[in-house]
Design a protein around this ligand. Structure first.
Ligand SMILES: *Cc1c(COP(=O)(O)O)cnc(C)c1O
Length: 393
């Protein structure tokens, strides 16, 4: 068995060639051109907002989001410790500091703990929410919809109102996920907080090679995002700049991928859900392994699948299972290293981190590409069955 089953690879169609050909023939290969506008319009329509602004990457989008919300030096932003580090680094780019929050059993930020922290560990001066420990102003929360599973946004929006915070949705993994119930039924991840960001990196559910998109219901914020993304040109003819901007705009070549990929997103999600169900049925019968659920009151995009390994019951620990699967050409990976323990952030405050350690230790992600065939799922599952209790302890 030598075929490699990758963890998550792009699902690209040769139809894109026609678009790329057009960019070459017209010379529109940089940060102008019709595909950019078209991709922004399609994305906005898909997630149900009026306007979307494209950029170079999800990371760039998050950086711009923090800038336009006026978050800067001396401020603090509450972030999850369970995330890819790109959700946190932009906080430092603007000179602010992160405060780390634990996850709950959905892997998303624990909103009860967040509320407890704000209630007990903070105080007000002149209407500003201050952190007792650091005496810095808490301005915002970055919430990540981890692996495409929607976070508890309803609770977060209540907290936002109560404490007058800004909410940035890192929906980089969650394009296509939306809520089915409650106050935000039918609303897409990324479109509920003050500002939301999607990513089109190659491992995400749709890709432009690299790229991002910022959405908001506040048109002024989006205009500012667009302005800063092209070097903040106040007067383009005379090159007048009243602010420090960036070269963060998406290129027409990236968007040429995007206009095709976004049309296929619903199909990808269907496949992801189908494969998830295949895994679920099979893994339910393997003692010691649990496939984590996506929230049933949402339509999650099912981007990444997570399996929890109970060492005692399964007979092998997570790390050994990881190694064995990878040795057998089945690409799997552990959860990200928790961000509050990473070198640049070790000095930052981390509030009662508990569950995150459990998931960091026991979780693996199994292959989940949108072009994964039924037979591939069967091969992965067969391996998981074979390893069960095969090891002498
Ligand atoms: C991928 C990702 C990002 C960054 O997106 P890029 O487009 O790769 O810059 C940010 N946050 C999370 C949680 C991600 O998974």
């Amino acid at each position: 068995m030598n075929k490699v089953i990758p963890l998550s690879v792009p699902n690209l169609s040769l139809d894109i060639l026609k678009n790329i050909k057009e960019t070459i023939e017209t010379g529109w290969v940089s940060t102008g051109g019709r595909f950019i506008k078209e991709f922004e319009e399609k994305t906005a329509k898909y997630v149900g907002v009026e306007k979307a602004v494209s950029c170079q990457s999800g990371t760039a989008g998050l950086h711009l989001a923090l800038r336009v919300l006026g978050i800067g030096s001396g401020d603090e932003v509450v972030v999850p410790t369970v995330t890819f580090i790109a959700a946190v680094n932009p906080v430092r780019y603007v000179g602010a500091e992160p405060v780390f929050m634990d996850c709950d059993d959905t892997l998303n930020m624990d909103m009860d703990k967040l509320e407890e922290f704000l209630e007990n560990e903070c105080y007000y001066i002149d209407g500003k929410l201050m952190n007792k420990k650091t005496n810095k102003v808490i301005k915002a929360v970055i919430v990540v919809h981890v692996f495409g599973n929607p976070a508890n946004i309803e609770k977060l929006m209540e907290i936002k109102e109560k404490y007058n915070l800004r909410v940035i949705e890192d929906a980089t993994e969650a394009i296509g996920s939306y809520y089915l119930e409650g106050k935000y039924a039918e609303r897409y991840c990324g479109t509920i907080g003050d500002i939301g960001v999607y990513s089109f990196n190659a491992n995400k559910i749709i890709t432009t090679g690299g790229g991002g998109m910022v959405v908001s219901n506040d048109k002024e914020l989006l205009d500012k995002v667009a302005f800063l993304s092209v070097q903040a040109k106040t007067d383009p003819l005379y090159f007048i700049h009243d602010e420090v901007g960036y070269n963060y705009r998406m290129t027409n070549i990236q968007a040429a991928f995007g206009v095709d990929q976004i049309d296929r997103l619903e199909g990808f999600i269907e496949t992801k859900i189908r494969n998830y169900k295949l895994y679920k049925e099979a893994i339910e019968n393997i003692e010691g392994l649990t496939l984590l659920s996506f929230r049933s009151d949402t339509r999650a995009n099912h981007w990444f699948y997570s399996v929890i390994v109970d060492k005692e019951k399964y007979g092998m620990d997570r790390d050994e299972l990881l190694r064995k699967l990878n040795d057998n050409h089945i690409q799997t990976r552990p959860l990200w290293g928790l961000i509050h323990k990473q070198k640049p952030y070790m000095e930052n405050q981390a509030y009662k981190i508990e569950k995150a350690y459990y998931y960091e230790k026991n979780l693996i992600n199994v292959p989940c590409s949108s072009n994964l065939a039924d037979e591939d799922v069967e091969i992965v599952v067969e391996r998981l069955r074979i390893y069960k209790n095969r090891v002498v302890r």
